[in-house]
Every structure is written in structure tokens, then in C-alpha cells.
Design a protein around this ligand. Structure first.
Ligand SMILES: [Zn+2]
Ligand SMILES: [Zn+2]
Length: 310
């Protein structure tokens, strides 16, 4: 047994002993529990090897790195996934991600951008969103002549979806079948992110049933010392239309019976509807797909259709 899990077992035993002794006050019990948990957690961090920061290149103690994700181990321990940058470097990197409002010029955090524009959602999949202006500047933006609005929208869309967008498939090397469809303008980085997302835990979607996910599939491949291969399916000429093409290909794949692991395949209603339909998802005009409910009427893809002029 390694030192880490031994420590964890001791911690659990300690908790159980505490529980047996239990004070009658539930608040106190709760406080003790969290205090002990934190102690065990800090002790675990102390045991971690030093890490080298990818920004300043200094080797620092694991505790000098933050984390925002956890891997749940088999024994239930939530193991933090350390950032690649040390805490100060991570902060500098975060600050750089805050972009400037196109109206007031102030540095704006992701959450402080307008999320809805003329009723359309500006939020895409993952963390990508079209950042037009901050919430405070919305009235000023709407007061601009329409041509100026469109020029700023063009810039915002081009920033969110830089040129060079492709739709790619991740293929299983064991049978050469496509299991995931995505979009990116940075294939290498996206591929690394996919490998990092590897996870052995099953996913439950809306508490209904357990799903075998892309992360599980990648985990299984890595376990067998294999990797998926990434192949380009389409080069997107109008970059901000990449989310539309991504969804078109996912729907097309579902219709063709590809064994995709994209999140859309967990929506049984959608899958049934797609399979029953004889629409050509790669050719049918966008408006028709909206009308038939395959795209949201006020979704980000519809926003690009209505407002983006290359
Ligand atoms: Zn650093
Ligand atoms: Zn502003």
C-alpha cells in the first residue's frame, strides 16, 4: 500500500472514531468533520512531489500550485489536479484572459460580458462566448448606428472563433471508427486537452442512466497504451460558423449511426428525432433546421446567422 492511501485510510478511521464519540451538536460535528478533512487534505498536499511551473520554470512545492478540478479516486478521495502554473503565474495568466470591453475599453471578466443580445444567446459550448461589450455598456452599444454595431460584432465573432476553424473527428485506432466530433482552431492544444480529460468514472446524465463517455473511452485507450487519432472532417471557411458545422456533423453522424460519444447522443429525444428524420444535415439551409427544432431559434449559431457579416 502506498503512503498516500495509507494516510487516507487513517483519516477515514479517525473520522469514524470521531463519529462514534459524536458530540450531540450537529453543527459542531459538521465543523469537526470539515476540519479533519482539511487537515488530511493538507497532509496529502505535503506529500506531493515538487512541481515545475511552465511559466516561470521554477520548481516549487505542490502547495504553491492551485487547482480547480479533482479526480475522484477509487477509495473516494478527491485528488486535486494541480494547475500547470504556480499560483502567482496562474493569476497573471488568468488576468490576461480577461479581455477589453469594445466600448469602454476596460478589462472585463468573462461573467461581466453581456450574455444575451437582441434575445440571442452569446454563449457557446464550453467556455467560448462572443464577447461584445460589458453589461454596463450595453445601452451605449445599442445606441450606436447599426453599421458600427455590426463592425464590433464582426470583431467579437472573429475573436471568439479565430480563422482556421476545423471540424475534426477522433477515431478509435482499434476499429478506425469515429467516436467524437469537435471543432477547434488549434488542433494540437485541443488534442492534448482531450487526452487530459481521460477519466474512468461513469457519467450519469440527468440521473437517468450511466453513460460511457468520451473521457471513459480515452481512459480505456490510454490504459491499452493507445491514443485516438484526430482527422479533419471539414475546414470551415467562415470561422464563426464553426459551432453550426460542428452540430451539423454531430447530427449527421447520429443519423448515419456513427457510435458517437458527444454529449448530444445522451439526449434520447434528440437522437430519436434525428434518426427518424430524412433531412440532410449537411445541406439543408440553417433556417429549415431551426424550424424543425434542430437548432435553437435564439442560439449562438442563429446569432451568427443573423448578425455576422464577414
Ligand atoms: Zn510560476
Ligand atoms: Zn464596457
Amino acid at each position: 500500500m502506498n503512503k498516500k492511501s495509507e494516510l487516507w485510510r487513517k483519516f477515514i478511521a479517525l473520522l469514524q472514531r470521531k463519529r462514534r464519540k459524536r458530540t450531540e451538536d450537529p453543527k459542531e460535528r459538521n465543523r469537526l468533520y470539515h476540519e479533519e478533512k482539511e487537515k488530511a487534505f493538507n497532509a496529502w498536499i505535503q506529500l506531493q512531489p515538487d512541481k515545475r511551473c511552465i511559466a516561470c520554470q521554477e520548481t516549487k512545492k505542490a502547495g504553491d500550485f492551485g487547482y480547480s478540478q479533482f479526480n475522484r479516486r477509487e477509495d473516494g478521495f478527491l485528488e486535486p489536479v494541480f494547475h500547470q502554473r504556480c499560483k502567482p503565474c496562474h493569476q497573471i495568466w488568468r488576468d490576461k484572459l480577461d479581455t477589453s470591453c469594445r466600448i469602454c475599453g476596460n478589462k472585463i471578466k468573462y461573467k461581466d460580458y453581456i450574455r444575451i443580445f437582441y434575445g440571442y444567446s452569446l454563449i457557446g459550448n464550453g467556455l467560448t462566448s462572443i464577447q461584445i461589450c460589458c453589461k454596463t455598456c450595453e445601452p451605449a452599444f445599442l445606441a450606436l448606428p447599426i453599421d458600427q454595431q455590426k463592425a464590433l460584432i464582426r470583431e467579437a465573432c472573429n475573436t471568439a472563433y479565430p480563422t482556421g476553424q476545423v471540424i475534426y473527428g477522433l477515431y478509435d485506432p482499434r476499429d478506425n471508427k469515429v467516436r467524437n466530433i469537435g471543432r477547434t482552431s488549434d488542433r494540437k492544444r485541443r488534442f492534448r486537452d482531450h487526452l487530459k480529460s481521460s477519466n474512468s468514472l461513469p457519467h450519469t446524465y440527468e440521473e437517468r442512466k450511466e453513460w460511457y463517455t468520451k473521457s471513459n473511452w480515452i481512459y480505456d485507450l490510454l490504459e491499452q497504451k493507445l491514443e485516438p487519432s484526430m482527422k479533419i472532417i471539414k475546414y470551415v471557411d467562415i470561422s464563426p460558423k464553426a459551432p453550426e458545422w460542428e452540430r451539423r456533423y454531430i447530427l449527421h453522424g447520429i443519423q448515419q449511426g456513427w457510435e458517437l460519444l458527444n454529449i448530444e447522443t445522451m439526449d434520447e429525444y434528440l437522437v430519436e428525432k434525428v434518426q427518424e428524420s430524412c433531412i440532410d444535415f449537411l445541406q439543408t439551409p440553417f433556417e429549415d433546421l431551426v424550424e424543425q427544432g434542430f437548432f435553437r431559434e435564439k442560439g449562438l449559431e442563429a446569432f451568427v446567422h443573423a448578425w455576422y457579416e464577414p
